[in-house]
Design a protein around this ligand. Structure first.
Ligand code: BYC
Length: 483
């Protein structure tokens, strides 16, 4: 591995490990895009804290053993850069029709449009999430949480840079146009929304933020893993490095929910409450009851399932055949990596019943990735349930059935309960609020969202974390608000 590729050049305005200084045309295009990005960040980035000093990590190397440095930074001065994982020598395309051929260093002409579309969709989600989360700083339950929010936000910004670099370096004029469009669309905008459903939803409170970083960022993980397999090597290398950053985002979600559950269970125990479903009694303690946590979970999991597209998809089959988008951990799977003759079971509606049906494995790739995702989601749930059972409560958080509350794919036109029982429209309308957050649930959670900005203090609805960021002590000032 080349040491120069590991270390990041910070001598020019755009930090990078792709030798931008010698790539005049791309450098010029990126420098041209930069002011628009800063304008977007100032308009749509975290509201109210742009001048605060935030204890952030910045990537200085792409060596997985030690790549980040921590320091106080004002967010608009964050060094957003272009970072690719080191090139693997003699890498070959690991799947599809081009299986075993050398990976492409340039865009393969015949797959150009498909590749550009996937890069644009990936790019579009990154600024969308920043837009969705921009109000949350004002209600942060602690400086520690506020800092984590901002860390996630600046890194999503960097992920946008990562996709914009690919568009500008490899796609010429239409790449530059797409890069501009990425700054023009807005989450939730009626005329110019973000591309995928979940990225136009609101993130109204911190429980939603934790659910989003647990469930929706985890879709990001799965999609990035699939793109990291790509035969287009620059995309593969870009996604591999993004995954290093992504791990922290999911950590924020998983530990955030753990801490909420912990606080709720602790408060119930202290108050001598035996029935965790006695919502009014639990809420009177100023903590979020477990049934409401379950409803938020139902919402964010089902919205995130939609991000996998239809269970049966020719787009997915084409992207795989072309060598553009692989499977989760493709290189570790033992099969022919072409999938010409195999099948995969897909849950479908058959004569009014939900049944597994064998479909050609190639067209079932979205379903397969979604199944891998579900398995990955279960891990955190086990931890949350451990907290609940350790506190002595007989209550389980569970993932709802994949037919529940869907807008994309096989189940978009039916209603199902979280247990996967099909129900008619009237029953759904009557019972919806038992399963998804209602207006009054939202109002209750909002009522708890009062900011806590004293050093080392935490809002009463969430436990402090076990360890600090960068091993800092409990009284560390993660954000210097008045700077
Ligand atoms: N909303 O064959 P189909 C992340 C469209 S998250 C709206 O069913 P396909 C992050 C689809 O575009 C990861 N439209 O699905 C997380 C297509 O439209 P066209 C983001 C949707 O194409 C947190 C039509 O329906 N990365 O990184 O196989 C914070 C039929 O499509 C939706 C990626 O997604 C939807 N939910 O798969 C920050 C990776 N679903 O072309 C960041 C790149 C489908 O007919 N994207 N449609 O007009 C892809 O791989 C694929 O585009 C999808 C869809 C998996 C999204």
């Amino acid at each position: 591995m080349n040491a120069n590729i590991m270390n990041v050049d910070y001598t020019i305005k755009i930090p990078n490990n792709v030798n931008l200084a010698a790539d005049r045309q791309v450098l010029k295009a990126l420098e041209g895009w930069h002011p628009g990005y800063i304008d977007w960040w100032n308009d749509m980035g975290p509201e109210g804290f742009q001048q605060s000093l935030v204890y952030l990590r910045t990537a200085y190397s792409v060596d997985p053993r030690g790549w980040a440095k921590f320091d106080y930074v004002r967010m608009p001065d964050y060094r957003w850069g272009i970072l690719l994982a080191p090139q693997e020598e003699n890498r070959v395309i690991p799947f599809g029709e081009h299986y075993g051929e050398p990976a492409w260093q340039e865009v393969p002409g015949e797959h150009r449009a498909m590749l550009r579309r996937l890069i644009v969709i990936q790019g579009d989600t990154e600024p969308a999430s920043v837009e969705q989360q921009r109000h949350l700083g004002k209600t942060a339950p602690s400086l520690y949480d506020m800092r984590n929010l901002f860390q996630v936000n600046v890194e999503e910004g960097r992920h946008l840079w990562a996709m914009v670099y690919l568009l500008q370096k490899y796609f010429g004029r239409d790449g530059r146009e797409e890069a501009d469009e990425l700054l023009r669309r807005r989450s939730g905008d009626a005329d110019s929304p973000r591309m995928l459903g979940a990225f136009n939803e609101k993130t109204p409170d911190w429980l939603s933020f934790f659910m989003f970083t647990y469930f929706t960022d985890r879709d990001g993980k799965m999609q990035l893993h699939s793109l990291a397999q790509s035969g287009f090597d620059p995309l593969s290398r870009t996604c591999r490095f993004m995954l290093t950053e992504e791990a922290h985002h999911m950590f924020v979600g998983e530990t955030g929910i753990t801490r909420v559950v912990q606080r709720t269970c602790g408060a119930m125990r202290e108050a001598g409450i035996d029935d965790p479903t006695d919502v009014a009694k639990v809420r009177a303690l100023g903590v979020i009851d477990l049934p409401t946590i379950q409803k938020k979970l139902n919402l964010h999991y089902s919205l995130s399932l939609d991000l996998f597209g239809s269970e049966v998809s020719t787009n997915a089959a084409n992207a795989f055949n072309a060598g553009i988008k692989g499977r989760y951990r493709e290189t570790q799977i033992e099969d022919d990596h072409r999938l010409q003759n195999s099948t995969y079971p897909v849950l479908k509606l058959v004569e009014g019943e939900i049944k597994p049906v064998d479909e050609p494995a190639l067209t079932a790739l979205n379903m397969r990735l979604r199944d891998d995702y579900t398995q990955d989601c279960v891990k955190g749930m086990l931890r949350w349930n451990k907290v609940i059972s350790t506190a002595g409560y007989d209550y389980r958080l569970t993932l709802p059935h994949v037919a529940f509350h869907r807008d994309i794919g096989e189940f978009k036109d039916v209603h199902a309960t979280p247990d996967g029982i099909l129900i008619d429209d009237a029953t759904w309308a009557k019972r919806r609020d038992e399963w998804l957050p209602s207006t009054s649930d939202g109002d209750f959670i909002t009522s708890l969202m009062t900011p806590v900005t004293e050093i080392g203090e935490f809002a009463p609805w969430i436990s402090p974390p076990k360890v600090g960021i960068d091993n800092k002590p409990g009284d560390f000032e993660y954000v210097k608000i008045e700077s």
